[in-house]
Design a protein around this ligand. Structure first.
Ligand SMILES: NC(=O)c1ccc[n+]([C@@H]2O[C@H](COP(=O)([O-])OP(=O)(O)OC[C@H]3O[C@@H](n4cnc5c(N)ncnc54)[C@H](OP(=O)(O)O)[C@@H]3O)[C@@H](O)[C@H]2O)c1
Length: 318
């Protein structure tokens, strides 16, 4: 006899599976490519899941079935890193609750953030409030240890990193890092990468947003810092640019069947990239994204061809 909770889990899984196209189901069995976290040697799959707008949006309504399907599909496919933050509305709480219900919390690499500084340049964080925010994340995610806590948007880095270090010492956090997706902060990010001992950075990177290739990705490789990639689609920007366009025929040689896979294979084929966390509310998109983490990756010449192809398209309207 199965209880209601188990039935919901099975039903969610069945629905998710039914929505996954045939060709993606075949790829569900392929193992995701893994990359090493330089500070520890631990391996993680190159595809994860982001949760900012998507989880916050869905969580605002009562219906979290779609997110349950996404998380079930993610863990079934072997993807692991789930990127969240206290600033993403109900994202942490919903992800933690759903993972606990599905009994998959221990298969997820939990990446959250900390930021208790007020708004504005130079705003200071209170150290006690920073530690309290991380404790709250532990409660919301329903886990005894958070894998990664990053300083969100480089806010008061010394105070926040000290709080993360304390939590690491207490065995409640495994890795530390900092994030930004603002080009204005790239200089500050490099200072932190050179001056602080951090395990990860989180940064924006996409086939039409390649500034990080110049200094930040090479610096991460030099300093042995793992890299999480955000905004691999520029939210809707890349889909707008390629709307109505056929994939180039040579993309099939890389096992690329959709534009999302084209965008993801570009990003993960950079050797300094550890994992990418595209956000989605749809199980079949999660599966499609996970499949991009299998099979061949483009070499340097093909990466150039991919970037040239996108550069030749008109810019997105907004
Ligand atoms: N400073 C920071 O720390 C920072 C800043 C920005 C982002 N992040 C992190 O990075 C994550 C990713 O960034 P993002 O969510 O802003 O943007 P994104 O991942 O570039 O794009 C998300 C959008 O792509 C769509 N999508 C996903 N998979 C798709 C597919 N296979 N086919 C078609 N559409 C697809 C989603 O819509 P559907 O729901 O319809 O699939 C969603 O609208 C965030 O969620 C967050 O965790 C961190």
């Amino acid at each position: 006899m199965i209880d209601r909770r188990e039935w919901l889990g099975i039903a969610a899984g069945a629905t998710a599976y039914a929505l996954v196209p045939q060709f993606l189901r075949a790829e569900m069995t392929a193992k995701l490519i893994e990359r090493v976290i330089p500070s520890s040697g631990e391996k993680v799959p190159v595809i994860g899941l982001g949760t900012s707008a998507t989880f916050a949006q869905v969580a605002r309504g009562d219906d979290i079935d779609a997110l349950r399907e996404v998380i079930k599909t993610m863990t079934d496919a072997g993807a692991r890193i789930l990127d969240t933050a206290p600033a993403y509305g109900a994202s942490e709480e919903v992800a933690g609750r759903v993972a606990a219900e599905l009994k998959v919390a221990n298969r997820i690499f939990w990446a959250t953030k900390v930021n208790v500084a007020g708004r504005g340049e130079g705003a200071k964080a209170d150290p006690v409030a920073a530690r309290t925010q991380i404790e709250t994340s532990l409660t919301r995610l329903q886990v005894p240890v958070i894998d990664l806590v990053q300083v969100h948007n480089l806010a008061d880095v010394p105070t926040h990193l000290a709080a993360v270090a304390e939590m690491k010492k207490a065995g409640k956090v495994r890795y530390s890092g900092v994030t930004t997706t603002s080009k204005r902060q790239y200089g500050q990010l490099q200072e932190v990468m050179r001056g602080e001992k951090i395990d990860f950075i989180g940064i924006d990177y996409a086939v039409d947003n390649r500034d990080v290739e110049e200094t930040i990705l090479p610096l991460a490789a030099e300093k042995k810092i793992a890299v999480l990639i955000y905004l691999p689609f520029g939210r809707t920007r890349l889909f707008q640019r390629t709307a109505g366009k056929e994939l180039p025929a040579w993309a099939a040689d890389l096992g690329i069947r959709t534009w999302a896979q084209f965008f993801l294979k570009y990003v993960i084929s950079h050797p300094a990239v550890t994992s990418v966390t595209p956000a989605t509310t749809k199980a079949h998109h999660m599966m499609e994204n996970a499949a991009a983490g299998t099979g061949p990756l483009p070499d340097a010449a093909t990466r150039r061809k991919m970037a040239d192809f996108i550069d030749a398209l008109p810019a997105a309207s907004s």
